[in-house]
Design a protein around this ligand. Structure first.
Ligand code: TRP
Ligand code: ZN
Length: 882
């Protein structure tokens, strides 16, 4: 039964509930196909609400088996139990009353993975955003905060572990093979933070003593046998808890904090109060099975969910339009955490790479929406990179504009003022206005106007007057529903790099505001002057990526090279190198398309090789310098009539030129950086592996033979090196016997480890070229492929659609049709997963005409599908709309 009505929800329609929910008492009798849920809800009518106003509760695919008002049955004429709502009339006017609802659920057959479901014989819940209404009828919205008591009854042999939010009250056997446990969460919370887990799991235990001396029990639950793979997550958790105390002054607030890792999960993880539930991909790690990237992700996501305890749970969202209030802010917090734990510059480079690869295309395509949207049809589709990553950038800009101390004061005020409340972006921004005295009205446009601003700048130097003049312009492109835009308040960090390589950070400017090294661009066009500049400078603008904008700067190749050489802000130095490479790749693509020979500036190759060999720089940075913009980065820069094959060819030729020129240097690096001791996952060691593997890639290109990669594969003593060698082999020599051998060895060795087998699928799904589709289809038939497991579906179908530009965009459009068929199939089981996969088509309009036409036809096939979910129909309609 589909319960979505396809209705559009508007921010301006927000109003409080008529009834206040005081308390929630839940009892679960768990059974795979016949779970009984009893919900006792105490309400009272809000003052001023008319006596005839009914109580309206949300529901989704529910079977109600009982309904009582103050323990008496309700007359059939006084209620209506529908597909999406339970409406009860004739309720007491001024005294609290209890509604008791009984529902019957089948967790075993819940393939949507929302509400109560089963994964690997474990009962678990996922309630954000609107999953609680799949458990019982309820005022399922984030501004309804209540205290919960939860009783769980289950078979003791198969579910010895019974968990919910808050503190454990007690439990006992029931004499009939069943047992029960009771939990009480003293913190009022919205239903989306409810969680229940029951099953047979192993545990890793530790304790944490808070700054004020309270001891907190820490438990991470995993499948039996996986306990050793959860120790890194535990370490990351303790570091997160300490960091939040030290940097944000936030302590944990219950006696126990639990994390459960499950293998079937729609997203990364969920911050349920005191009981986080994780995709096991973001918990489990050891050197044999996890890459350095996996370790970094685990650290970041453990931190992210933990940090939600204050930014999301203690202070939550008034409604789902405010999602960035918790997500953008919490991403900002986890970014800062990782920057402090690792290398700040390298972390920033990785963040910006990801922002540009994922958020910029969203903001520039049919799915563009403001960080704080004003309308939605399906809220699941708004857990986007715009809400999360751009939301984080907006928070970062507040910190940049106000400076560290005022930002901290604003956060402190936010925690103090709004603890225990469900609030809005306006409430958040008001705290920073209050502590700084600044008017942030214009700045707040970052929440309301979609689209990536384009900043164009050009500089002129007047030697006689020792004056540097910078002319700036900003343009915010039109986006769906927002044809015209106001100018934004854009904070641009800057420095002037002088002829001798020294850096001048001007202390004054005329024609604009400068605070520290931050220039405030607030007008549509603005000209500023810097005086006392003793030699012709090269301007470095948007240092540290202080604003999430596209920047067009008139600059010569020599000026770029100057920045690449002398910038001391490592992010900006990387940016200069990346700009040089991107320009060469775009020009190279044009040459490929016109059939001209490709010419490569020696200055680019030299700059990259100098950075790669500079031992004063950390290896992780040098690896970032060597990593060319991806095919999608190049496509985005080209913007229209994109031909993925031409991009691929240009990129290969440029890589080959770099590889040839740097052959000896790469060989030396590869030897020098060989592992010298046992594997450790720390950032410095990871950086050495990254640089060594980058050298390996270029060497393999230069040698044009699988031998070296095959040898590296055989010699690898950790997953980072092993999967890098395997991917290099598969991508470049997919038909070589060495590759077949390596793929088989890998599969045999890791056949019983799902997370590693995901990597095996992904490595093959990304093999470029026209053969990719046949390969993906063959892999779909592999016995290890499991269409019910989201990680597996993403590793094969998702990786193919998102990360294989030549294979997915084959000119005949067959891969689009393949994806359309898969989406329609997946949608019947798991709409959230299907809708997310479909966003891989969001840039179809920038393809050359032939491909664009075929993509459009495939999208229309999806749109015409019978019984589409709200999730998929929302995405497909917006993607097609012009
Ligand atoms: N709130 C979660 C986070 O960002 C993510 C989340 C939202 C989620 N909806 C979900 C996770 C549905 C799993 C399923 O931390
Ligand atoms: Zn989050």
């Amino acid at each position: 039964m589909r319960t979505d009505t396809g209705e559009i929800i508007h921010l301006e329609d927000y109003r409080e509930t008529d009834f206040v929910l005081e308390r929630v008492d839940l009892t679960f009798e768990l059974d795979p196909t016949d779970t009984k849920v009893e919900a006792r809800l105490i309400f009272h009518r809000r003052a001023g609400v008319p006596a005839d106003a009914p109580l309206v509760l949300d529901g989704d695919e529910l079977t109600m088996t009982g309904l009582l008002l103050d323990q008496e049955p309700i007359a059939a004429s006084d209620y209506e139990a529908g597909a999406t709502a339970l409406i009860i009339r004739n309720l007491p006017e001024s005294v609290p009353f209890e509604i008791c609802i009984t529902t019957a659920l089948s967790p075993q057959t819940n393939t949507q993975l929302m509400g109560l479901y089963r994964t690997n014989n474990v009962y678990c819940t996922q309630c954000e955003a609107e999953g609680f209404r799949r458990i019982t009828y309820f005022p399922d919205r984030p501004d309804v905060l209540a205290v919960y008591t939860v009783n769980i009854i289950a078979d003791k042999a198969t579910a010895p572990l019974l968990l919910s939010n808050g503190n454990f009250l007690g439990g006992a056997g029931m004499g009939d093979g069943r047992h029960f446990a009771a939990w009480f969460d003293p913190h009022p919370k919205p239903s989306y933070l409810f969680a229940l887990v029951a099953g047979d799991l192993g545990v890793v235990e530790d304790t944490f003593t808070t700054a004020s001396g309270r001891e907190v029990a820490l438990k991470i639950y995993v499948e039996h046998g996986n306990e050793p793979r959860a120790t890194y997550a535990m370490d990351a958790l303790k570091r997160s808890m300490r960091w939040d105390e030290e940097v944000f002054g936030r302590e944990y607030d219950l006696d126990i904090f639990m994390i459960v890792a499950v293998s079937d999960f729609n997203m990364g993880a969920m911050e349920n109060k005191g009981l986080n539930v994780f995709n096991d991909k973001y918990v489990l790690a050891d050197p044999e099975t996890a890459t350095d990237q996996d370790y970094a992700n685990i650290e970041a996501i453990i931190a992210h969910e933990y940090f939600h305890n204050w930014t999301g749970n203690r202070i939550t969202c008034r409604d789902w339009f405010q999602l960035c209030l918790k997500e953008g802010l919490t991403v900002y917090r986890d970014h800062e955490f990782s920057a402090d734990q690792r290398s700040r510059a390298v972390k920033r480079i990785a963040e910006v790479r990801m922002l540009k690869a994922e958020q910029f295309p969203e903001d520039g395509g049919p799915l563009a929406h403001p960080v704080r949207p004003t309308r939605y049809r399906e809220i699941n589709n708004f857990y986007t990179t715009t809400v999360y990553e751009k939301g984080s950038e907006v928070t970062r800009m507040i910190a940049t504009l106000l400076g560290r101390d005022l930002f901290k004061a604003g956060m402190d005020l936010y925690f103090e003022r709004h603890d225990g409340q469900a609030v809005t972006i306006e409430d958040f921004v008001a705290c920073f206005e209050a502590v700084s005295g600044r008017d942030l009205t214009q700045f707040a446009l970052w929440y309301h106007q979609a689209g990536t601003p384009l900043v164009s700048a050009s500089g002129t130097y007047d030697a006689a007057r020792q004056r540097f003049t910078l002319a700036l312009e900003q343009m915010v492109p039109p986006t769906p529903g927002q044809p015209t835009k106001e100018p934004m308040h854009i904070p641009l960090r800057l420095a002037l790099v002088l002829e001798d390589g020294s850096i001048a950070t001007p202390s004054a400017v005329t024609g604009g505001e400068l605070t520290g090294d931050v220039l405030h661009l607030t007008e549509r066009s603005q000209t500023v002057h810097f005086d006392g500049i003793s030699s012709r400078p090269v301007i470095s603008l948007n240092r540290d990526f202080s604003a999430p904008v596209n920047l067009h700067l008139e600059r010569s190749a020599a000026e770029r090279a100057h920045l690449a050489r002398y910038e001391t802000d490592l992010f900006a130095r990387w940016q200069a190198l990346n700009d040089m490479a991107l320009l060469a790749l775009v020009e190279g693509t044009a040459s490929v398309r016109t059939g001209e020979p490709l010419t490569i500036e020696p200055a680019l190759i030299e700059a990259l090789l100098v950075a790669a060999g500079d031992e004063t720089l950390e290896p992780a940075f040098r690896a970032q310098a060597l990593a060319l913009p991806s095919e999608s980065d190049i496509a985005r820069e080209i913007g229209r009539q994109v031909d993925p094959d031409a991009i691929f060819s240009a990129r290969q030729q440029i890589m080959a030129a770099i590889a040839e020129a740097g052959r000896e240097q790469f060989a030396a690096l590869f030897e020098q950086l060989a592992p010298s001791g046992p594997f450790t996952p720390d950032a410095a060691s990871a950086g050495r592996r990254a640089l060594r593997n980058s050298a390996l890639t270029y060497l393999v290109v230069a040698e044009n033979s699988p031998a070296r990669a095959a040898k590296a594969f055989a010699a690898a003593d950790n997953m980072t090196d092993r999967i890098h060698a395997l991917t290099t082999l598969a991508h470049r020599f997919h038909d070589a016997p060495e590759t077949t051998q390596a793929l088989d060895d890998f599969k045999t060795r890791f056949a019983d480890n799902a997370l590693v087998i995901d990597k095996w699928f992904a490595a093959q799904a990304t093999i470029p070229g026209n053969g990719a589709l046949a390969r993906v289809k063959a892999l779909l038939a592999d016995p290890l492929f499991n269409p019910l497991n989201p990680n597996r579906v993403r590793s094969l179908i998702g990786t193919f659609a998102f990360s294989n530009p030549t294979g997915f965009n084959r000119p005949d459009g067959e891969a689009y049709r393949f994806l359309a068929a898969e989406i329609l199939d997946i949608d019947r089981r798991n709409p959230q997963l299907a809708a997310r996969l479909l966003t891989s088509m969001r840039s179809w309009r920038s393809l050359e005409d032939g491909r664009a036409e075929r993509a459009k036809l495939a999208l229309k096939e999806i749109a015409a599908g019978a019984k589409l979910s709200a999730d998929v129909s929302d995405i497909v309609e917006r993607t097609l709309k012009s």
